[in-house]
Design a protein around this ligand. Structure first.
Ligand code: ADP
Ligand code: MG
Length: 701
């Protein structure tokens, strides 16, 4: 055997040597390192540089040549941002490089202006051009240098996260020492052929490249290796989980006959879009296999996901199984219930609504009906997956608008007495590609890209200043008089107490009938009010008894009132892009043109960019990508959950390409069943150690 894998059971692991034993590290320095969570030599080796400073290519201004990649080092001595005559935003700066000046400019990157400051020391890399006798860099890459770097020698220098009491130079010395004495002792858990195949360097070489690079390429190769491990292990975990589902989880095989198909289709007064047809084909195929379906349907707001859900649920019922439709809010549960009631008006399917709001006695009745199998179809909030709710023969769970259900949360409801139900997740929040490959990497994916015919793009405009605001309300009153309805969305329930702070929903609700909406009926819904009252208000709005509804984002998901075609979003800059898109989706449903007004007095570059994107595009997928790039993974889903992605160093935006690459590698490893061969045993062990619990993976599975 040619395996170079150190026996993991050996007791005295040299990497556990306390840092104090490194030369030049006494107790005082060890205490400082401890603040960075560095206790052992191994910790020190894994204290990775956040980037690297390439001073090997720094040129004097007089040495620059046209068109080649080069860097200069200098101090910001002039800074300017303006709009060009063609309407582009332009940031320019002048860099003083030891008395010689170079210019740099960026178009349509308003945030660059905020990132730069006078007197800053910068390293700038790009391909310069000479214009009017002066060197110019267009869209150069930047690195911010500290005073310390002013003095540093040349070469390729890693830069570490530090803490008080230790400086870059010292950290570099220590990591270099650790590399020299210990890097070769770090066990390699990939076998040589795999390294070659995946184009990654071995672990010793990687650590050397990260901490003691002689070229930037060496550093990058080191980073690639560690990022590879981070992402690859996660993807192998997801792939193992999929396999476990497919091989172990017996699910009811549900065949949909032509007769059943026709009977379900007759319930809808329209023919289905191609996207809906495709989704139904995918779902039908999954249901028939005898293994549990785990599918994610991504479709923009208004694409008609409810139809797909109803189709799948009725197919399960027709096959003799129970179906459950789960929603994140009562509001949405009630609405789906109403839809079902009208679709199934002539049907004998036994159905029930189960939310926290219905009385205890009714709840018990529903529980009993589900347990005996009397109830075939249940709609509800998460109340339907509580432990005390038992199903006689649950065959399918449809989870609507639950994009916040990540890998970990979904693991919670897998097993149902001997078999697993089919699971269909639906979301209108377009999920950025990279997030989809991680949070939902274990699901099959159906993308629905088309909308039902006749939909009109919502006209969206930013409203700035009192004059525009007046015109906006004039327009709205006109449309209300014509019979349309309006949502007014505010980011908060309570207003601020300080002068100048935003108004809350309550206050707006009190004031509007006296001001802009004199003579119109105004209602209010928000998450903190009594559920009964909220449902009544929604019903009144749906019936048209209320013309304007003041709301928080409780109306964000799923609410469907086709006659409501107007929306005013207050303090619009406080919402994320995807959230704005969701909100706007509420008014793109009927036969009338929708209008959305984004009221915002904020003129920060970020909010201008964001609201501008809303005006420009109505493609949810495109908006999701922009949002993701601006705000990172946590916020793209409308909730801070950065901690919930169990990655160590990878960054989904920056490392997207590697994510795709590791995913393909992981899938091929499972497809060829190579993962079960002895040479991959150490890898499998690592994956189980890291993700076994999170992903509910069985050892040996
Ligand atoms: P979402 O995908 O946002 O959940 P819904 O299921 O609420 O969308 O559907 C939005 C609206 O479009 C509903 O009023 C629904 O009746 C209508 N609809 C759905 N599918 C079609 C179709 N194929 N043709 C016409 N209208 C449709
Ligand atoms: Mg919906």
């Amino acid at each position: 055997m040619e395996l170079t894998i150190t026996d993991l059971s050996s007791g005295d692991d040299p990497l556990l040597t306390p840092v104090q034993y490194l030369s030049g590290v006494g107790p005082a320095r060890a205490a400082i390192l401890a603040k960075l969570e560095i206790f052992t030599v191994g910790d020190l080796l894994w204290h990775l540089p956040r980037d690297v400073l390439d001073l090997s290519q720094v040129k004097k201004v007089t040495e620059l040549v046209e068109g080649a990649m080069q860097s200069v080092r200098g101090v910001v001595c002039d800074l300017d941002a303006r709009m060009t005559s063609s309407g582009k935003h332009m940031t320019t700066t002048l860099l003083d490089c030891e008395g010689q000046y170079v210019r740099a400019s960026w178009f349509n990157q308003p945030w660059m202006f905020r990132k730069l400051q006078m007197e800053q020391l910068l390293l700038m890399a790009g391909k310069p051009k000479k214009r009017d006798g002066r060197w110019e860099f267009s869209h150069p890459q930047l690195q911010w240098l500290s005073d310390e770097d002013r003095e540093s020698g040349f070469g390729v220098l890693p830069r570490y996260p530090l803490t008080e009491g230790i400086q870059q130079a010292e950290m570099r010395r220590l990591t270099a020492l650790a590399v020299d004495e210990f890097a070769e002792l770090v066990p390699e858990h990939h076998y040589p052929k795999a390294l070659e195949k995946w184009k990654i360097v071995d672990i010793g070489q990687a650590l050397r490249g990260l901490h003691k690079p002689s070229t930037v390429d060496e550093y990058l190769a080191g980073r690639r290796r560690l990022l590879w491990d981070d992402l690859f292990e996660f993807q192998v975990g997801l792939a193992l989980r999929r396999r476990a589902w497919i091989s172990h989880s017996q699910a009811p095989p549900i065949e949909i006959t032509a007769k059943v198909d026709a009977r379900i289709r007759r319930l809808f007064p329209f023919s289905l879009t191609e996207g809906q047809e495709q989704a139904i084909r995918d779902v039908t195929a999954d249901l028939a296999t005898g293994h549990a379906m785990h599918r994610l349907i991504q479709a923009d707001v208004g694409a008609g996901k409810t139809v797909i859900a109803i189709y799948a649920l009725l197919a399960a019922v027709a096959g003799g199984w129970q179906g459950a439709l789960m929603t994140p809010t009562e509001l949405l549960a009630t609405q789906h219930w109403d839809t079902l009631q009208s679709v199934l008006a002539q049907s004998r399917v036994k159905r029930a609504l189960l939310t926290g709001r219905i009385g205890a006695k009714d709840q018990r009745e529903v529980h009993a009906g589900l347990q005996s199998g009397d109830i075939q179809l249940v709609v509800g909030t998460q109340a339907i997956i509580q432990e005390k709710v038992k199903f006689a023969n649950l065959g399918l769970v449809v989870i609507d608008e639950q994009h916040k259900f990540g890998v970990a949360q979904r693991a919670t409801f897998s097993e149902q007495e001997g078999h697993s139900p089919h699971i269909l997740v639906m979301t209108a929040t377009p999920i950025p590609r990279s997030l989809c490959l991680t949070q939902f990497g274990d699901l099959d994916l159906t993308l629905v890209k088309d909308l039902p015919p006749g939909r009109q793009r919502v006209v969206t405009s930013r409203v700035i200043g009192p004059g525009n605001r007046k015109r906006c309300w004039d327009f709205i009153r006109q449309k209300l008089s014509e019979g349309r309805q309006l949502y007014i969305v505010s980011p908060r329930v309570d207003g601020g107490t300080e002068e100048g702070e935003q108004q809350g929903v309550e206050q707006i609700y009190r004031e509007l009938p006296q001001t802009e909406l004199t003579g119109f009926k105004v209602g209010m819904v928000h998450g903190q009010m009594d559920g009964q009252l909220r449902a009544e208000t929604m019903a009144q709005f749906r019936e048209g008894e209320i013309q304007a509804l003041v709301a928080t984002t409780v109306i964000e998901v799923g609410v469907d009132v086709p006659n409501a075609t107007l929306m005013v979003i207050l303090d619009a800059e406080r919402f994320g892009l995807s959230q704005l898109h969701q909100l706007r989706g509420r008014i793109a449903r009927g036969k009338y043109q929708g209008y959305c007004f984004l009221i915002s007095d904020s003129d920060t570059a970020e909010s201008v960019t964001r609201l501008h994107a809303m005006e420009q595009t109505s493609d949810g997928f495109q908006i999701a990508e922009v949002d993701f790039e601006m705000r990172g993974p946590g916020d793209a889903l409308g909730t801070r959950q950065s901690g919930s992605l169990p990655l160590r160093i990878a960054d989904l935006i920056r490392d997207h390409d590697l994510l795709v690459e590791t995913r393909a590698a992981a899938q091929s490893l499972l497809k060829t069943e190579a993962i079960d061969r002895p040479e991959f045993a150490p890898l499998k062990l690592k994956v189980l150690d890291r993700f076994g619990q999170l992903m509910d993976l069985q050892r040996g599975g």
